[in-house]
Design a protein around this ligand. Sequence first.
Ligand SMILES: [Zn+2]
Length: 508
Amino acid sequence: MLTDVAHRDMAARGPRAGAGQSLIGGAWRRRFASVALALVALCCLVLTTAAQAATVNNLRLWSAPDHVRLVFDLSGPARANVFTLDNPRRVVIDLDSTKLDVDIDKLDLDASAIDKVRTGVRESGGLRVVLDVNRAVVPKSFTLPPNEQYSDRLVVDLDYPGASAVADPIDPIEAMIRDQEIAAQRAQKEAVAEGKPEQADAVAATVEAQPHPKRDIIIAVDPGHGGEDPGATGPHGTREKDVVLGIARKLKQRFDQTPGFKAFMTRDGDYYVGLRQRTLLARQQKADFFVSIHADAVRSRQPSGSSVYALSQGGATSETARWLAASENQSDLIGGVDGNLSLDDKDEVLRGVLLDLTMTATMNDSLATGGQVLDKLGRINKLHKSKVEQAGFVVLKSPDIPSLLVETGFISNPKEEAELRSPRHQAELAQAIYAGIVAHFRQHPPPASLLAWQRDQGRGSASNEYRVRAGDTLSQVAAGHGISMRALKQANGLDSDILRVGQVLTIP
Ligand SMILES: [Zn+2]
């Protein structure tokens, strides 16, 4: 479709050289423009004889919190030039020897930085696409050759500088508390590894002398696939990326409703996030736990049921080697942004020992939590595998964050495909995964967490009793014991939510 591409856009010449361009005077600019135009014309002349004309058959758009991706499906290879212009802000995409055969008005621009898409034919015969944008963007583009699913493609990513990749990032105060906890754990671990137990005890004593932070346990909820990666597809066309997003959103909601927990999503929309990027996001958000949600598919329609995966020993060993070998990690930190373990100032042997210890502890935690999740899933769904499976999936490879991958069911099984679409079944699956993870953290709360504080307050009384302390709320006590408020009130004959300090509650 032809629209109002301004002529001055047509004379534009490649990526802007930042503020430098404004220093060029009017006469210079005109001369520069005409020379550039001549060059462009020359290039195109060469190209049109060399390359065949391509057609844009389809345009796809994926909107993420920190970028928008535009994919041009092309009938053949095409060369592109992408650059930005100011006043008003826009991105220009020039495609040599290319025609447009798609209704761009059908593109859903909602939630993206793009307000409007205009197209025109360049004087040299190529296609010009102009994106009017409402914020600063940094364009990146690359071309992809055809594969089984798609033809030639041009991918244009517009990154939003300074924007968070997580829609609902962790509160800075929680992050600060978490930093302090990580620093203390790191100091303790290093003291133990260096054979100085009295130093480790001193760190522990300092931490205990401080007021209890009662921080939230942070859960990274990771819906698999997204954007141009649909994941598996069911016999009736159900896409894995859609059902796992539904389950993940319900899972996040369950955690956010629970005092002492806070969840965030590595992907909260239909866009692609790289596998390493997912674990990086978990690290940046200082996650205590990472859970990836998927749906299985096989050629046969018969198999059904849920499975749970943790990292395999082989995967862990190779990942430890990767972390130790990769130069990008030499000065990197493991565990949260500031890390449980700072490796850059340690000799190689000690680095290996520390990383191994962390990886082993992480794997043990993952397996234990996996067992709890499997147990809860088994109550609502058939289990495909009756124990936690182990594999070398990339998303499970954080050395310091216990991680699980849940295959919720077989999308290739028509009956399970229908169930996976059902919001009720999605909620049941989310509830089972939630309950398994909460059960694990209730038994093993991180030291600075609200759950640890609640457990310590309850110490010294009979195991099924809890003595109310100042600041307790009914919902906190219920969550701390993994029961509903209703059950707690019923067991104690309470008809209001008000608690007295010193009151002893029976835990049903
Ligand atoms: Zn998957």
